[in-house]
Structure formats: C-alpha cells, structure tokens
Design a protein around this ligand. Sequence first.
Ligand SMILES: *Cc1c(COP(=O)(O)O)cnc(C)c1O
Length: 395
Amino acid sequence: MKIPALIIERIENLLRRNSEDIYLHEPCFLETNALEYLKDCIDSGWVSSSGKWVSKFENLIAKHTGSKNVIAVSNGTNALRLSLFVLGVKPNEEVLIPPLSFVATANSVSHLGAYPHFVDIESKSLGMCPFALETRLNQIGLKKGDNVFNKITGKRIAAVIPVHIFGLPADLLQIKKICTEWNLPIVEDAAEALGSKLSSSDQDLHCGSIGDLGILSFNGNKIITTGGGGAILTNSDQFAKLARHLSTTAKLAHQWEFIHDRVGWNDRLPNLNAALGVSQIEKLNERLRMKRLLHKKYIDIFNDIEELEIMQETKNSKSNYWLTTLRLSTENPEKLKEQILKTAYSSRIFLRPSWKLLSELPMYSSCQSGDLKEALNQSKRLINLPSSPQLISKN
Ligand SMILES: *Cc1c(COP(=O)(O)O)cnc(C)c1O
C-alpha cells in the first residue's frame, strides 16, 4: 500500500467509531460541571465583566502553572498585545519572534505599531532556536545603555516572544540566558501549552511562567476552552498590577465615580466565560493523561513507517501534546504531504499542515529576519493529527 493510504487506514483503525467526520481538535464538555456553573451566572445575573468565577478561574490557573499572578483576559491575542505594552513596546520598535507560529504572535506586535523581526527555529522543539537568536543578535544588535538597537534599521529591539508550538516546550532556559545577556525582556507565547513544563535542576517550570510575562489562550480549539479567552501570567507584581489596570479601562477604584487615569482597554474575560473555564480546568489533568495516551498510540501505529516520525517532547521537558504532530523525513516531502492531506480529506479526516510561515505572509514579508533555513525546512514536513482527547477511550 502507498504511504498516504497506509497512514489514513491506520488513523481510521485507531479513531473511527462511526461515520462522523474526524476533526483536528474539538472542545470537550463531557463529564464537566459546565451547565451548573453557567446556570449560576445566569441565575445571579453576573454574566459580564465582573463576578466570582473570574477570580476562581485565575486562582486555578495560578495553581496549575505556579505563576504568582494571573490576569484573565478576553483572548490570547489581546494577552500578547497587553503584555508587550506593559513591557514598554512602542510604535516603530522591533520584537523578535519565530516565523513558525499562529498569526496572532505577529499581529500582537503590529497592533502596537511595532514590527516583527524573525529568528529561526530549531528542529527538535520547533521553537525559537537559542543559537539562531544569539547569532542574529551578534549580527545586528547594538547595545546602548540598557537598550538594544538594530544596526540595520536603527530601531530599538524591545522584546522577544518565544512560542511553545503544538504544546512542545521551546528551549526557554537557553533563550532566557541569551536575553539576560542582552537585557531583552521575554513574553512567552504559551497559548498552546497549558500543562507543558520544562525542568531545571529538579524544579518543574510551567511554560508561560518563565519569561517576564507569559500568555495562555482558551480559544475553542485549545486544550481547555472558555469559548474565547486568555490569560497573562507573571511573577512580577508590578507588571500584574499594570496589566490588570489597563485591561479594565484604567478605571480607578471608587464606589460610584468613573475616573480613568490613562487610555486603557476593555480586555476583561466575562464571568460567563470564566465559569466555563473553571469547569474545563477542573478536568485538565485527566485531559493531559488522555493526550499522552493518544500520542503514545500514534507512535505505536506509525512506528514501522520509515518516511515519518511523531514529534516528541525534548529531554528535560514535558509536552501537553495539544496536537500530535507528524514529521515527514523524506528528502522532498512536499508532494507526499499533499497526497496525505488529499487522501485524509477524502476520508473526512481533517488533518492540518503547519501554518504558512509568518515571514511569507504579505503583511510580514518585508520584515527584518535572520536566516530562516530550519523554519523553511521544517514547515514543509509537518502535519498535525486529530488530537481531541475524547477521540480515544480511557483505557
Ligand atoms: C491560539 C494562539 C494565539 C492566540 O490566541 P487567541 O485566544 O485565539 O487570540 C496566539 N499564539 C498562538 C501560538 C496560538 O496558537
């Protein structure tokens, strides 16, 4: 049998229970208290921008991530934009990001009038490559006082956004070392990485809690969902206070007066969404277990096919395996990838190739960038497999 047909046959055998379509990732509300918690919001009238579920949800996120401060916000994109703003990213500055990510990473930079500047990824984690970061900074970075400027454009390099792709932890410990040397702050895009961890000398560090600030997303396709939502994580009380203030229209606390002391945003997560979030995060550990099981099953069923591998967490890291990712190892993988996707879609199994590189999108194609050799190489090879935890039975 040809490889595409073989792959699809094995996915069918593993996952197909009936004639239903098999999606990449679907929200799961099975065995949760979702309806009860949502009913509480509706019965009490507290459905909007304040209420007890928001702080409950924030406390549970803090417990799972070990982050000292958590601010629930309206979505992951806004969490990124607000985090960058809190760090002092201004119009006409540059922010270093990897080219392999969801478009929101670059958009959040643009939303502040700043410019993405692309730094290559590494093959083992698919995240920003510490060596490429160091190389690029040595090439173009110019230190002036506490700041770094791009020698070519003259613009200040204001921050770095490493991304944990598909839940696989990027090498944040090395990236942080380099950023510390260059005095560059980090916003960690952990939108896809709730439950993913890195270990450093017998301590587990949750993705998103290692940079100056980190963000999570609770969009419908993420490991847990609030319909739409996100969170900012930070161990800095000062950043947390500013982020919270700016996310709530910069309103000063007062019983009846409406006084705002600067231009803020309405970035809050509504109570209704937070209630859904609590019902979801209560099932996180169970969901992580199921993801790991599904990932293991994918490894088993594809073990004998030489032309591909299943991406695995790196040494000293634990992935949440949000999306299990297949990587083609043939020399020219483009045609094989196309055939696999065609075969899958005709069987109504909705696999997904990785995103088109951000550096190739029309609005970002003229941005500054280092050598993107590995990103170009990897993006031809990656296919995400159906990864909803409810796709497999519990044992
Ligand atoms: C989902 C996602 C975001 C944005 O989150 P939204 O809640 O959809 O705004 C940002 N970065 C990455 C890597 C994502 O996958």
